[in-house]
Design a protein around this ligand. Sequence first.
Ligand code: NAD
Length: 416
Amino acid sequence: MNVFTVAILGCGNRGAESYGRIFMEDARFRITALCDPFTARLHAYGDLFGVEARFADEEEFFKQRRADILVIATMDRDHVRQCVKALELGYDVLLEKPITNSREELLSLLEAQKTYGGKVLVCHVLRYVPAYLKVAELIRDGEIGRLVQIDALEEVAYWHQAHSFVRGNWRSSEETVPMLLAKCCHDLDLLQYYAGARCESVSSVGDLTFFKPACAPAGAEKRCVVCPLAETCAYSAKKIYIEGWKQAGSPARDFPYMQLTGEYPLTEAALEKALETGDYGRCVFFCDNDVVDHQVAQFTFANGVKATLTMTAFSYDCARIIRFFGTAGELTLDESRDTITLKQFRGGKKEMSISGLNQSSFGHGGGEFGLIDALYRLVSGDKESATTLSASVESHLMAICAEESRLRGGTLIKLH
Ligand SMILES: NC(=O)c1ccc[n+]([C@@H]2O[C@H](COP(=O)([O-])OP(=O)(O)OC[C@H]3O[C@@H](n4cnc5c(N)ncnc54)[C@H](O)[C@@H]3O)[C@@H](O)[C@H]2O)c1
């Protein structure tokens, strides 16, 4: 068995907590180097993974190649720059999504891959989740006849919107990519995969309608720890991060709590301190956010299949519901009900349990294990094992064009 060495750039929730932990337990990989300027985190994971080579400075890290594979799990805006450097050094790369929101950067990355020849696998984890693969199989087997339309709903969940897109990393359109790309690039990847053709055109509308000062209730304070409304507010940081952490069993580290502080193991005192001074303790109506809280997009594919995608902050669940309409039946994948339902017009209804198919609740229903497995096969030479970089570039173009359309009031945009 070949064993591949792995370096991790960006030791946060994705790089270290998700993939690092999987690599640590998988005998086919060995983690040999870590890089993160957040030194508390760097050393916590360095100790956990037993890795000596730790770099707080990206330049130092990139002075030479440190492993066979580089995991890039830094913030969105750094991905292409770092991936091009990695390819130059001869790495194969596991690259977190989104790649970028710039067409030019997408093309420059494809060019760099052509020049240096390394493999790049973008982390479209849902492609490797058993339930999502089952849907592809049912469509491919003609269970609903010819696929005509797809109707996808991404329920972000009120608390997750507040965490990531109001208080957190993806709140500012200046600093990060459009929300459809940040939150829905897996959905867009799936839409083109299920449609079975390239997307030709898109139009989209959406706004920031609620998380702004004009919607703040009377008497709201700028920080939840001193707010008189904290007991009754659904978005209270105390409720989400302190009570939520306790209700989750006070985990040593877990999303979203670990993003508030570099302390490991997490403690109530560390979370409280973060709420007093950090970004995540701010009132959701008084943050520096400007990204949308709901958006609708519609797509036409080259084979005539149409799709709509709705993303909303205003949901209780954090779930995807996707309906497929064909000439002989319909198929629904509903994460909130944990079901895949097939109804055929000639008669017959079949229901499957998503969790039964997935058999793992860790890491996107087992998709992360599937992704790492695909990575292993890809670096071992099996080109068919994983999504290609050019397919990932296509789904990113869908999001980039959807945002262009949104900013132009819903105008129809051609992708190519
Ligand atoms: N595939 C998925 O399903 C999925 C889910 C969530 C997030 N993501 C993506 O994963 C990436 C990371 O997100 P996260 O949730 O882990 O964020 P995070 O904030 O938990 O981790 C990012 C880490 O990168 C570090 N970092 C910043 N600049 C760096 C640099 N120059 N060199 C090295 N490290 C640096 C930060 O200090 C931080 O520890 C983002 O691009 C995000 O969009 C993907």
